[in-house]
Design a binder for this molecule. Structure first.
Ligand code: KIV
Length: 284
């Protein structure tokens, strides 16, 4: 099946087809997500929490992101692979931003990148990246890299002034050339309003059904992560429980001498065995 491009993602909105997105962080999770038929895989810096066990996304390095993108890319034959630009990889300078994009796209194989926020400097860097031929996904509303600024994970755009500011940010991202805009924790009416106003698709997370597509953290969706799970998550499996149960059963079998069975190991051929036994001195 043909590889999905950023242009195809925009066309899905034009055709009225909801866009299905999920995160993945390594070969097996990407293989499951790819086989499940998603349009876009985000190698999100949420990996800091659900893979590395940190409290937030801030500690994820560029090298770590590149590593995870490389693993995901090996399994993603159809879905568009988008790499998150880690905290402080695009804030410092144009040169550092482009070096980071180079690492993610040229070395690791990302097909687009995602940046959080819509400050004037961020918009300028988005234009620079797009100028180099790399599609960019925007991200506004609650932006996890600003966790210390927000204080806690909370819905954004709840007052008229904050809602207007969010609309301005989303439009600015489209005007800067983003092929899609993630809306995280935005009230559903506002998210629908923004979605109707943009030509490029919005991808909602905790922002209601009016977005053009949806994204979730895979580990939340399948119950792989034991930590905090936001209210908007619909957990469709309990992978963690399945894994823990398998591990318990393995422990029971080993302790009971029931694993491995004969069929789960290899026998010496009879001649070799006889030869070895003949060499054994009596009493050995
Ligand atoms: O890091 C991430 O996984 C994200 C999505 C939740 C949008 O930014």
């Amino acid at each position: 099946m043909a590889k999905i491009t950023a242009h195809d993602i925009v066309k899905l909105k034009a055709d009225g087809v909801p866009i299905v997105c999920l995160t993945a962080y390594d070969f097996p999770t990407a293989a499951a997500v790819e086989e499940g038929g998603v349009d876009l895989i985000l190698v999100g810096d949420s990996l800091g929490m659900v893979v590395q066990g940190a409290d937030n996304t801030l500690g994820v390095t560029l090298d770590e992101m590149a590593y995870h993108v490389r693993l995901v890319k090996r399994a993603a034959s159809r879905a568009l692979v988008v790499a998150d630009m880690p905290f402080m990889s695009f804030q410092e300078s144009d040169a550092a931003t482009m070096a980071a994009v180079g690492k993610l796209v040229k070395e690791a194989g990302a097909e687009a990148v995602k940046l959080e926020g819509a400050r004037p400097e961020t918009l300028a860097r988005i234009r620079l990246i797009i100028g180099a031929g790399v599609p960019v996904m925007g991200h506004v509303g609650y932006t996890p890299q600003s966790t210390h600024y927000f204080g806690r994970r909370r819905v954004q755009g709840k007052t008229a002034a904050a809602a207007r500011a969010l609309v301005v940010d989303a439009v600015a991202l489209e005007e800067a050339g983003c092929f899609a805009v993630v809306l995280e924790l935005v009230p559903r009416e506002l998210a629908a309003m923004i979605s109707r106003g943009l030509t490029v698709p919005t991808v909602g997370i905790g922002s209601g059904p009016g977005c053009d597509g949806q994204i979730l953290v895979l580990h939340d969706l399948v119950g792989f992560y034991r930590g905090y799970s936001p209210k908007f998550v619909r957990r469709l499996a309990n992978v963690n429980a399945v894994m823990t149960e398998a591990v318990r059963e393995y422990g029971r079998l080993v302790r009971a001498g029931e694993y491995p069975a004969a069929a789960e190991s290899v026998a010496l051929d009879a001649r070799t065995l006889a030869e070895l036994e003949a060499e054994r001195r009596p009493g050995d």
